[in-house]
Design a protein around this ligand. Structure first.
Ligand SMILES: *[C@@H]1O[C@H](CO)[C@@H](O)[C@H](O)[C@H]1NC(C)=O
Ligand SMILES: *[C@@H]1O[C@H](CO)[C@@H](O)[C@H](O)[C@H]1NC(C)=O
Length: 452
């Protein structure tokens, strides 16, 4: 009884565990670049200076100091670190000069150096489902306070000023700066869920599997990509049994994107019908495509067609293509039929025979813009079997060389043409994939994301 219960429960558990089809690791390199860009784009420095210059309600004027101004807000220096299980700890170090006139008429300057610290928790936005950072526990730490007033002069005034003003005013002044930077970083996830076209055939959408997780050296985002045909039906990613994993040997702090072979297989399923092909002309280096050439392999053809007729070949891919990856090598398996006809003047081509062919291609990956590009070359014709024939039985093995050449010279270039559409890569944080280094590992392609 217990065993049956376990079977049912365990079955449910394994099925509900969504298997990510793509993984993203964001190291400190990417986060530093992002936050720096956000600082530049948000014009945070100018905003802080403007805020600092404003009169603030509730802040009492300081006795003995008139004509007070905040100026020279220094360019903030940002230091980030990962907080496991939470997100990113952020420290913004900056400084400013506060000027005024002391009651004896002397110009007074106070230089304040501060650290603003906050924890940016990474969450999944409830409304959009997108990854999002939210700041928590913003604190302002006075690192140093220097003034041009002699230390024996008005220490009370200075202390009061520091206590009543800086501690009250600075968080309100500085903490929005942290939020402003996060708004910019968060915006850069906005396109992630936009459907990206794969030619005319369909789309892929990189949806999150779960809330991103943080370790001491990266944030990991698991994707369960949705691959959809034009018209709406979804292509399920095949269960591989073992969840894809990053190899261990990447540099600490670096960032990677992993695409599983199951994801690439699902995307290529969209292109299955585009891989069909009709061949009815001379092909490059091949011998003339006619019944005479064919008869040199199958004598039965010569009996049926004593005079040479041009050949027409139809290749139909009848199963979804399959991508496999194995340390250093990736193969594309194609399964289809190959039907040959003898062309005849003024009449429909006469069918000769139909073969079933199973072959695989070697895939070379590259990246262009935000797309993964694939170029293939014939690896091997794996099997060739005769399904039907109008010229009687013959040994189809005799055609192995002829068909291999035909695939290499006619089919593969056509496949490469189709693959030129490229497979879209996730659009986040303005990632530039052009410098990525690609690596084929067990069941996955890993892109080591190099920053400019
Ligand atoms: C201020 O931040 C800098 C940079 O993170 C750090 O080195 C320094 O120790 C901090 N100072 C204080 C007083 O927290
Ligand atoms: C300022 O605050 C510190 C502690 O926060 C306290 O020791 C000091 O007495 C205060 N000074 C004045 C002038 O209020």
């Amino acid at each position: 009884m217990l065993q049956i219960l376990c079977l049912v429960l365990c079955g449910l558990l394994t099925r509900t565990r969504a298997e990510p089809g793509a993984l993203l690791r964001l190291g400190m390199d990417v986060m530093n670049l992002e936050v720096q860009r956000a600082m530049d784009e948000s014009h945070i420095l100018e905003k802080m200076a403007a805020e600092a210059g404003k009169k603030r309600p509730g802040v009492k004027p300081i006795k003995g100091i008139t004509d007070m101004k905040v100026k020279d807000v220094q360019l903030p220096v940002i230091t980030l670190s990962f907080t496991p299980g939470v997100g990113i700890f952020q420290c913004v170090s900056t400084g400013m000069t506060i000027t005024g006139k002391s009651f004896i008429g002397k110009r007074m300057e106070i230089n304040v150096a501060t650290n603003i610290t906050a924890t940016n928790r990474i969450l999944q936005d409830e409304e959009t489902g997108l990854p999002t950072f939210k700041s928590e526990g913003c604190e302002v730490i006075l690192v140093s306070v220097k003034t041009n007033l002699p230390s024996n002069m008005m220490p009370n005034v200075v202390n009061k000023f520091l206590n009543s003003t800086l501690h009250k005013v600075l968080p309100g002044l500085m903490c929005p700066a942290i939020d402003a930077v996060l708004v910019y970083v968060n915006k850069k996830w906005a396109n992630l869920y936009a459907p990206m076209p794969i030619g005319q055939a369909g789309i892929v959408k990189y949806t999150l599997t779960s809330v991103p997780t943080t370790t001491s050296s990266y944030i990991q985002v698991d994707f369960s990509p949705v691959v959809q045909q034009q018209g709406g039906s979804t292509i399920q990613l095949a269960e591989t049994g073992e969840a894809p994993r990053f190899p261990k040997d990447y540099v600490e702090g670096s960032s990677q994107l992993l695409l599983s072979d199951a994801l690439l297989t699902a995307e290529l399923a969209l292109l299955q019908t585009s891989l069909d092909l009709n061949i009815h002309k001379m092909i490059g280096e091949l011998p003339p495509q006619n019944t005479k050439t064919l008869a040199s392999f199958i004598p039965e053809v010569a009996e049926a067609y004593p005079k040479p007729k041009p050949l027409v070949t139809q290749i139909r891919i009848n199963k979804p293509p399959k991508v496999t990856m194995n340390s250093g090598e990736s193969l594309l398996y194609l399964h289809g039929t190959l039907e040959m006809f003898a062309a005849q003047w003024g009449r429909a081509p006469a069918p000769l025979f139909l073969l079933e062919a199973h072959f695989n291609l070697q895939i070379q990956y590259s990246v262009r813009e935000d797309r993964l590009q694939m170029t293939t070359s014939l690896n091997r014709l794996l099997s060739l079997s005769r399904v039907s024939s109008s010229i009687g039985a013959f040994n189809e093995k005799a055609l192995t060389g002829f068909v291999t050449d035909l695939l290499r010279e006619a089919c593969i270039p056509a496949v490469n043409d189709v693959l030129q559409v490229g497979l879209p890569l996730p659009d986040f944080l303005d990632m530039n994939y052009n410098l990525a280094e690609l690596d084929i590992v067990e069941n996955a392609l890993v892109m080591d994301l190099k920053l400019a």
